[in-house]
Design a protein around this ligand. Structure first.
Ligand code: UDX
Length: 449
């Protein structure tokens, strides 16, 4: 099949590349000329395992191409994916400007029966607005053409996006149109082998499914962070509790890791957007507000431990920071907990020596040159001359450091572990003080019962 994808961001690029990998001819369109020129010559704007080689091989095979020419893109295929960004606007609602602009473009250039697929994460009712926008354009042009708008949300995790796209847990198709459903079934057939992962529903349910999935996962994390805060105060260890509850298959082991809070491009934005949507329709989503509030507070939790350890005297202290990305295997620092922590450290006059395996360029862009930040070439280098170590992102390479070496270098002999990646005993045996998240034994909160 021929497929057009609007938007070569994270979702559009991965989806387009995977569809090309399955033998389709895919044309990705973006308004950013430099990005399109780069992609045509194999320059991938994001770090995502496996993506670069796939883009290059499919481009070389003539199945994947990039353009800024919207009319060529609309003419190319009768299935048009919308995969542009939906950033939060001032009040946290999803900003649909880009999505509706693409709908307008499709309406302006469409010449045949077309299926328009909403891949972007969009509030319930957006498919109707896309439909209306296209209809308006067709009316203005005085043409009458059949088209359908399908909701087909993505569930890609950064760092695993290619795998998630090639081998999805589920493929949600929201449509009331039998012909569109069949076309989508055919398009996704290569991704849907062995057992049927295709779930067909109405468009509104499909739109809500995406938000519900992210809100549920964010809720699990905030719940565990809340229990971690209780654990600290009662002298329990959240890691033990996690093992204890995860073994119940109704709860499960995944997404119950306490830490420095969730970040990234989806959870913070989607939880807020769903809460705003609810408010707009006269429903106060109290749980969602709490999930968001717990997360905001959690991003300060490690700083509170640090501040208490130093009794507030942080001026002039130097902290080695391991990890800046919002999670491992990505260079993405959007809403990363590291940003909140660094801001707090800097606000009290502390200095930072930071290293992340992938996010150094992002960090350079985010923070620029400043006297209280040294970006280092390795985790070892970050520790040189530092008073203490803080782990914010659980990259595998940070998991088993030489604690003896750390103890020799860190002048204040203390480790703050924002992801509970270390065993407190092992750290303490090396002569270092240890603080984790929700680990009552090492945190020694004054209010312990
Ligand atoms: C998420 C969803 O998982 C994905 O399905 C959706 O399409 C987009 O949003 P992503 O943002 O890439 O994906 O990251 P994810 O792996 O879900 O992690 C989100 C955040 O939660 C990270 O900051 C991570 O560190 C944090 N997290 C995750 C925890 O703090 N604890 C956990 O147990 C799991």
């Amino acid at each position: 099949m021929n497929i057009t994808i609007f938007g070569t961001g994270y979702v559009g690029l991965v989806t387009g590349t995977c569809l090309a990998e399955m033998g389709n001819h895919v044309l990705c369109v973006d308004i950013d000329e430099a990005k399109v020129a780069g992609l045509k010559s194999g320059v991938i704007p994001i770090y995502e395992p496996g993506l670069e080689s796939m883009v290059k091989s499919n481009t070389a095979a003539g199945r994947l191409d990039f353009t800024t020419d919207a009319s060529r893109a609309v003419a190319f295929a009768d299935i048009q994916f919308i995969a542009v960004g939906t950033p939060p606007d001032e009040d946290g609602s999803a900003d649909l400007r880009h999505v509706l602009k693409v709908a307008e473009t499709i309406g302006q250039h469409m010449e045949r029966t077309t299926i328009v697929v909403d891949k972007s994460t969009v509030p319930v009712g957006t498919a109707d607005r896309v439909r209306l926008t296209i209809s308006e354009q067709l009316t203005q042009r005085g043409v009458s053409l059949e088209f359908d708008v399908v909701s087909n949300p993505e569930f890609l995790k950064e760092g695993d996006a290619v795998k998630d796209c090639m081998r999805p847990d589920r493929i949600i198709i929201g449509s009331e149109n039998q012909r569109s459903i069949e076309r989508m079934r055919t398009l996704y057939a290569p991704f849907n082998r062995n057992h049927d992962r295709l779930v067909v529903m109405d468009t509104r349910s499909a739109e809500l499914t995406k938000y519900a999935a992210n809100a549920m996962l964010a809720t699990k994390i905030s719940f565990m962070n809340e229990i971690a805060n209780i654990a600290e105060r009662v002298g329990a260890d959240i890691e033990m509790v996690r093992h204890g509850i995860g073994s119940d298959p109704r709860i499960g082991y995944s997404f119950i890791y306490a830490g420095v809070g969730y970040g990234g491009s989806c959870f913070p934005k989607d939880v807020q957007a769903l809460e705003r949507t609810s408010r707009q329709i006269g429903y106060e989503a109290k749980l969602l507000s709490a999930v968001e509030e717990v997360n905001r507070a959690q991003k300060q939790r490690l700083f509170q431990h640090i501040s208490r350890h130093y009794q507030g005297r942080l001026q002039g202290k130097t902290f080695a920071i391991w990890g800046l990305a919002f999670k491992p295997n990505t260079d993405d620092m959007r809403e990363a907990p590291s940003r909140a922590l660094l801001a707090s450290l800097w606000s009290v006059g502390a200095k930072v020596r930071a290293f992340d395996p992938e996010a150094m360029d992002e960090a350079r862009q985010a923070f620029g040159e400043r006297p209280d930040l040294q970006l280092c070439d390795s985790s070892d280098e970050a520790v040189l001359g530092a008073d203490a170590l803080i782990v914010i992102t659980e990259w595998k390479q940070f998991r088993s450091p030489d604690f003896g070496r750390l103890a020799a270098h860190l002048s204040d002999k203390v480790v703050f572990d924002g992801r509970n990646v270390f065993e407190p005993d092992v750290v303490e045996e090396a002569g270092l003080a240890y603080y984790g998240i929700g680990r009552g034994r090492s945190v020694k909160i004054e209010s312990a019962v």
